[in-house]
Write a protein that binds this ligand. Sequence first.
Ligand code: ADP
Ligand code: MG
Length: 309
Amino acid sequence: MERIQNAFGQLIQREGFKERYEALKQEVMSHPRVQEFVNTHEEVTSSMMERSLMKLYEYIGQSVSCEDCPNLDGCKNMIQGYHPHLVIQGKTIDIQYDRCPRKVAYDERKKQQSLIQSVYIPREILEANMATVDLGDPQRFPAILAAEHFLEEYEPGKRVQGIYFYGAFGVGKTYILGAIANALAERQVSSMLIYLPEFLREMKGSIQDNSIGDKLDAVKRVPVLMIDDIGAEGMSSFVRDDILGTILQFRMLENLPTFFTSNFDFKGLEHHLTYTQRGEEEKMKAARIMERIKYLAKPVEVLGGNRRV
Ligand code: ADP
Ligand code: MG
């Protein structure tokens, strides 16, 4: 033991070491996050900080609240998806790692995906981002502005109207929803993007196994719901009245923001909802669904070229 201490003493006296140690100490102590910790924890003493210097040094090298990372895959932290916070443990300061905001949002989405398989989000949509949405085509501006406006206005619990994005195939409607979902996820707001034709197929398949109630419940209650491609599904009175009608009615009463994309404008969609696959005409029932959609979302046309070609 004595020998080790001697060796350490010699090391400290070695040329340059002391300066480097002091510089490191200076860097750690003056770091804004360390300062904030000191200011909010009066029990912290300078000897405590000296003792915990290496922990503090580790701490300032990590990203906190995802500030230094581009995305979850590019997370720079020692344990991907986990960020550190400082805790006092006896006479020293220690680090604890918790899930970072992006990891929390990612896990939440995984959980939703496991509950509803049709929450199927293509990879490119998952990576959609308000900051990188291509603004090249000015015809797209009104749609982007509407999305930005929603993000500015929305906070959990507040009634903010969603958006009904309509327009031709491939103009980027679903992509914009993905960008909104990601912007919300960064703020810890969970949303669900359901591709309606697939979701309805799954609901019909669940009638026998009793899971229909749980699935419907998850969609009804999610803070922000995005119904992708309404109008592309095979319409039946069961789908329209018992599934869609139930979801929309609940969200209306609870003031939960709801988005849609469709190839149809309101008039076209109303026509689609009026004529079920069996050719029945039910104007009143279609009008009732339309009323709910119009209450929940404001129509915004998405223009521009087909980006899929
Ligand atoms: P829609 O839902 O209107 O049919 P999509 O949102 O699926 O169209 O977009 C079609 C394709 O173009 C997709 O592959 C999507 O990733 C891509 N895309 C759409 N908008 C953008 C954008 N703003 N920036 C980059 N890629 C985009
Ligand atoms: Mg789409």
